[in-house]
Ligand binder design. Structure first.
Ligand code: ADP
Ligand code: ZN
Ligand code: ZN
Length: 744
């Protein structure tokens, strides 16, 4: 049976959607796989070129006779592009996207050099001679001021950037050409490989690992020496020195001629973090971040490919750095939401890193003080090796944490958002000139209904998630569509203090300013950080102690050290706890633990306050005690009971159309298709998405749960096949989201 290969020819220019079919000769059949580098003849002139195989099929797309054979494979064909192409194919199958979308995500696209082309003017005359010429020019009657100025500047610096000469110095290009013709100067162009860290200094100061860090490192090193590669979970409380351990592991891998990728959430990718890596590894480090231009990013990938840098630090997308000899991928703060892509393919960096490491024979280290349930359950099953750092460096104490019951405040007649206890503590810190951070656990919109007298929340009887309140006074479940009218009194205690709880940082700021008129207050939220650099500016001002109180969304507690902060408070922990999706408790626990890690980073002990209407909720109780394992056991029991990830897998099928009717009928059609194919499967919906209409697009969702990931992939394939076959579905767009991190 003849087999055919789809070959892409020019990946460097991003021509990924054009593949060409070639025949696989029988003698090459064993050697050609997805990702293989092959030699083919191309175009009418049949020039010999190289390409990559991105697909293999048994069906010819053209007349058999018109399909040319593959000439051969390229030796040492397992180059970095081959690995990344295999990774793209895995992502396409695993997360649901087109091959083209997956290839565009993983392959480094060279950005045109033109934008980066730089020109320099260089003086060719010896400076003495040039001075002589300058004097002659000046002595002439009709002398040219521009040429003289240029010559003078070149005598001083010998080499000048083109932009400076034509810009600031304002020299016409005719004058430049004239001096060039005389052979006095040369215009040289070179491609500058921008180095974003060029200005930093390497430091010699070295920190030695303490005993528990050493143990964690040695476990990794022993495996490495035996040639064992795998995935490790470095579970260490905040301040236990995880970064120091990563750096030893990186040094080990580098010493064997390998390279390392370090993923850090964008929000904590600060100057300080980068500096820690730079001061240890110097010029071997480079960074990626979202503020870089496409050209700068492309440069970084090029430098990595040529092994001019050997450690890449960056957010999720740095995972695709084309290191040819990758040895290690570190994912810091592994539990962070930002590791899941929000665009198709909706990949998670954790699983994708594990697959990339498998293809490159590398290891993966995941680090967190509050591991995701996914990671910890895999560590418990032995799929990942668990390395623990149970105490803080130099045995620094964790902050003292106090839970304040807001129901009691209400009973005592205090209806302010600031409890009496928190009020006292704020007064005290203001007097001592210490700083305070107040944050609101807000994620998107909180639309739940709860009772301020007893704390209970109205939940879906089938899905155990908070119901979402709508403008029409009804509440509905975002997974199964169950709905009911919002009650006027609490079904549990009869109180009339029941209703939606909505709180913005702005409103809190107002209350704080009114209650503490002497305090200097800064607010940080989506509004105040919208401008470029707004985020860094606010944090910088707070670090310089230009304010006493920083109030904001949870973004203020992520990854920043303020030694003068001795009080941190969550103003309303319930806002993230009562989520309309199943991850609410986990997110709340992580956030509160992380916030506690912010208090008392200096030498003074820190204090944390959690205000809540549900002081008995395990996520609150365990966060206050910093007891991860107790939290894990209880949360995992809930996930198992309800078949939520990671106890099972979940696939969200998102159906979108600018016609409401088209979205609804397509969603109904898919749901029926799936139910018929797998009777008894756990399929919920279709329901209107939580944001039912966004930018004039109507959105529907179907939720499928199963322990077997492959069954979900089969469901995805059914829908994809139907979409291809059915012309009436042209008006809808479908996205797949496996094991979603965010409520859709
Ligand atoms: P984590 O990432 O676990 O929260 P960090 O790596 O940020 O912890 O370390 C916390 C602080 O402890 C840092 O200032 C770091 O320089 C310091 N540190 C780490 N390891 C050691 C060590 N072995 N001896 C002394 N200080 C250390
Ligand atoms: Zn009640
Ligand atoms: Zn439900």
């Amino acid at each position: 049976m003849a087999k055919y290969a789809d070959v892409i020819i020019d990946i460097s220019r991003g021509q990924l959607d054009k593949s060409f079919q070639y025949r696989i000769p029988a003698e090459l059949e064993d050697r050609i796989r997805i990702g293989s580098r092959v030699r083919v003849s191309f175009g009418s002139d049949r020039r010999k070129i190289r390409g990559y195989v991105i697909g293999i099929s048994e069906k010819a797309k053209l007349e058999e006779a018109k399909i040319r054979p593959i000439d051969g494979t390229v030796r040492d064909a397992i180059d970095i592009e081959s690995q990344l192409i295999s990774l793209a194919v895995w992502m396409k199958d695993h997360y649901g996207s087109t091959l083209n979308q997956a290839l565009k995500t993983v392959l480094p696209i060279k950005v045109k050099a033109a934008a980066r082309e730089k020109k320099n003017l260089r003086l060719l005359l010896p400076p003495e001679e040039a001075r002589g010429e300058l004097a002659c020019m000046r002595a002439r009657k009709r002398h040219s001021v521009a040429k003289e100025r240029l010559l003078e500047a070149l005598i001083q610096d010998q080499s000048l950037p083109w932009e400076l000469v034509t810009g600031e110095l304002n020299i016409p290009s005719a004058s430049i050409r004239d001096l060039e013709k005389r052979g006095w100067l040369a215009v040289e162009s070179f491609r500058s490989m921008r180095n974003p860290l060029a200005a930093l200094q390497k430091s010699e100061k070295r920190i030695w690992l303490n005993e528990q860090q050493e143990q964690a490192f040695q476990a990794f090193a022993a495996d490495w020496d035996l040639g064992r590669r795998g995935t490790y979970l470095l579970y260490g409380v905040t301040g236990s020195g995880k970064t120091q351990v990563y750096m030893e592991m990186i040094a080990k891998v580098l010493s064997q001629g390998k390279e390392a990728i370090v993923l850090i959430p964008e929000i904590s990718l600060t100057y300080q973090t980068v500096m820690r890596f730079y001061s240890r590894f110097g010029d071997q480090v480079s960074i990626l971040n979202s503020r870089m231009s496409a050209g700068e990013r492309s440069d970084q990938f090029e430098r990595a490919k040529e092994e001019k840098v050997r450690i890449m630090v960056g957010p999720r997308s740095a995972l695709f750095t084309p290191f040819p000899n990758l040895g290690l991928i570190v994912i810091d703060e592994e539990h962070e939401n930002s590791y899941k892509s929000e665009t198709v393919p909706k990949y998670h960096a954790r699983e994708t890193a594990v697959e990339r490491a498998r293809l490159s024979s590398a290891s993966v280290v995941l680090g967190s003080a509050t591991p995701s349930l996914e990671a910890f359950s895999r560590a418990k099953r032995g799929e990942y090796s668990l390395l623990s750092l149970p105490s803080r460096v130099e045995n620094r104490a964790l902050p003292d944490c106090q839970v304040v019951d807001l129901r009691e405040e209400l009973r005592e007649g205090n209806r302010s958002v600031i409890s009496r206890r928190l009020g006292q503590l704020i007064e005290d810190r203001l007097k001592k000139k210490e700083q305070i951070m107040l944050f609101i656990n807000r994620r998107g919109m909180a639309g739940f209904v709860s009772c301020r007298s007893c704390g209970s929340v109205i939940k879906c009887p089938h899905c155990e998630v908070a119901l979402t309140l709508h403008k029409n006074g009804r509440m509905s479940c975002h997974y199964c569509g169950y709905s009911m009218p919002a009650p006027r009194t609490c079904p549990r205690c009869g109180s009339r203090f029941i209703g939606g709880m909505r709180a913005g940082t702005e409103k809190f700021e107002e209350v704080i300013r009114r209650t503490f008129p002497g305090a200097r207050v800064l607010r940080m939220d989506a509004d105040t950080t919208r401008s470029k650099g707004g985020y860094q500016r606010i944090l910088g001002a707070f670090a310089n102690q230009e304010a006493d109180i920083l109030i904001g969304t949870q973004m203020i507690v992520k990854g920043h050290d303020f030694p003068n902060v001795t009080l941190v408070a969550a103003l309303a922990a319930d806002l993230s706890l009562n989520s309309s999706d199943f991850r609410g408790a986990e997110r709340t626990f992580q956030l509160l633990c992380q916030a506690a890690g912010r208090a008392g980073r200096g030498d003074r002990p820190g204090k944390m306050v959690i205000q809540t209407y549900q002081p008995g909720h395990f996520a609150i109780v365990d966060a206050a005690r910093q007891d991860y394992e107790s939290f894990y056991d209880q949360e995992m029991a809930y996930r198992s009971l309800m078949s939520y990830p990671p106890a099972a897998h979940m696939l969200v099928v998102q159906i979108m159309s600018d016609s409401e009717q088209a979205a609804e009928s397509a969603a109904a059609l898919f749901a029926e298709l799936l139910r018929r194919a797998r009777p008894g499967g756990r399929i919920d919906g279709p329901v209107k998405a939580r944001i039912a209409k966004l930018a004039d697009v109507y959105r529907q969702a179907i939720y499928i749960r199963d322990e077997d990931y492959d069954l979900l992939i089969a469901d995805k394939n059914r829908i994809e096949d139907r979409l291809l076959a059915d012309r009436s579905l042209r008006a809808v767009n479908v996205w797949f989201d496996f094991d979603p991190m965010n409520a859709f």
